[in-house]
Design a binder for this molecule. Structure first.
Ligand SMILES: Cc1cc2nc3c(=O)[nH]c(=O)nc-3n(C[C@H](O)[C@H](O)[C@H](O)COP(=O)(O)OP(=O)(O)OC[C@H]3O[C@@H](n4cnc5c(N)ncnc54)[C@H](O)[C@@H]3O)c2cc1C
Length: 373
């Protein structure tokens, strides 16, 4: 690549991971609306890497991303990008078939242990007696999103790239082969390529550029934190998830966190927790475990933004030259970011497809707007 200027809109994990990888080949500027990076979805997640999320394609992207987290590039970070945490997917007797099915799917991606009732309780003493089946992956990772985002910023800057915060793109103008992007305050940048990594706002950004939307759907997810029962050793507790999308919980800075795995539809916004979902998290925690949620210590919500088929979209728009989509990372945007960034670089640089385990057509934004991108 000879070095076209690239503007990346969005300073979440999608935008920063692509920008840091692109910066060694082109002059890259990341434009982030907020004063701090990772303010929206990337700073509000459950921070897990695990294979019970999504489907086969998401698992394949996760597996392809794993080496980056285990062995980051030299100089990327001073601290590990995460810590080992076991993942336990558990079920009652009536959920056995669903657990069997999941186990068969996950076997291709992780080394699993099948647990009986005693094994389930041994790994997670907090679960109720009716959790009689489990599958455990003892090699999962609780990611450190701060280290991850900061590592990308460091790599971006080291390669001569820039991060501009407090720059909310308000207008996008096409003239000739160039895109000019203007902030609410009228500051401008011009480049031949725009990477749309605006998370929940990616369709809004596309509309500014006159590009057809993908039909992205932001969905709110809520997390609460609360005290663990006295005498319970939090170290060694797993990220524990029901086989259906009902509840997950895990240790969190000396407490526990839990989510009712809600998916309330939302506009793109600074998501706030809904009282109903907060109460549902506490209720489901008490239903599935022996923990009493006496006092909720903190609560937050974030948006998980999906394309209509729940696979991410990466590639040039078919209806506007130089407009590149990097959107729809749903509930798996952290754990798939290294593979997604590699794919973005290969498509922008015109290099061979880097992920043989994934069909390019399955990720092409063109699948939503007619005609391959
Ligand atoms: C509760 C919860 C739990 C989750 N758990 C996990 C998990 O365990 N594992 C996992 O891998 N993923 C998880 N996720 C999903 C993950 O957080 C997302 O997939 C990921 O953060 C999406 O990254 P992003 O960069 O696309 O979006 P964002 O982080 O939202 O970044 C987009 C950025 O674009 C900026 N922007 C928008 N419009 C403009 C504009 N006009 N001008 C300039 N900037 C703009 C925004 O300010 C924002 O910072 C979870 C998410 C939530 C909410």
């Amino acid at each position: 690549m000879t070095g076209p200027d690239i503007l990346v809109i969005g300073g979440g994990i999608a935008g920063l991971s692509a920008a840091s990888a692109l910066a060694s080949r082109a002059r890259v500027i990341v434009l982030e609306a907020e004063e701090q990076i990772g303010f929206h979805s990337s700073g509000r997640s459950a921070t897990m890497l695990h294979y019970a999320l999504g489907d086969r394609l998401v698992r394949a992207l996760t597996l392809a991303s794993r080496p980056f987290f285990d062995d980051p590039p030299a100089g990327f970070t001073d601290t590990p990008l995460g810590q080992r945490m076991p993942v336990l997917v558990h079920g009652r007797e009536d959920e056995r078939a669903a657990l069997d099915e999941l186990e068969a799917e996950l076997n291709a991606f992780a080394t699993l242990e099948r647990l009986d009732s005693a094994g389930v309780r041994d790994l997670c003493p907090l679960l109720r007696e009716d959790a009689v089946h489990g599958i455990a992956d003892r090699d999962s990772i609780r990611l450190d999103p701060h280290a991850l985002l900061q590592g990308h910023v460091r790599q971006l800057k080291r390669s001569g790239g820039r991060l501009v915060t407090g720059f909310r793109v308000a207008e996008i103008i096409r003239s000739g082969r160039e895109w000019t992007v203007a902030s609410e305050q009228g500051e401008r940048f011009t480049a031949s390529i725009i990477v749309n990594a605006a998370g929940s706002w990616a369709d809004v950004v596309a509309a500014m550029a006159g590009v057809a939307p993908l039909g992205l759907e932001p969905k709110r997810r809520t997390i609460i934190t609360f005290d663990a029962p006295a005498g319970i050793a939090l170290d060694g507790l797993p990220f524990a998830k029901t086989v259906g999308d009902e509840l997950y919980f895990a240790p969190e800075s000396g407490r526990l966190f839990a989510s009712p795995m809600d998916e309330g539809p939302s506009e793109p916004c600074d998501a706030q927790p809904d009282e109903y979902d907060v109460a549902l998290a506490a209720h489901r925690m008490e239903e599935r475990t022996t923990v009493r949620v006496e006092r909720i210590h903190s609560r937050w919500a974030g948006l998980r933004t999906f394309t209509p088929d729940r696979h991410p979209a990466v590639g040039f728009a078919s209806d506007a030259e130089g407009f590149f989509w990097l959107a729809g990372q749903g509930g798996f945007g952290l754990q798939t970011s290294p593979a997604m960034a590699k794919i973005a670089v290969s498509l922008i640089a015109g290099e061979p497809w880097p992920s043989p385990e994934v069909e390019p057509a399955a990720l092409s934004p063109g699948r939503f707007v007619g005609g391959a991108a």
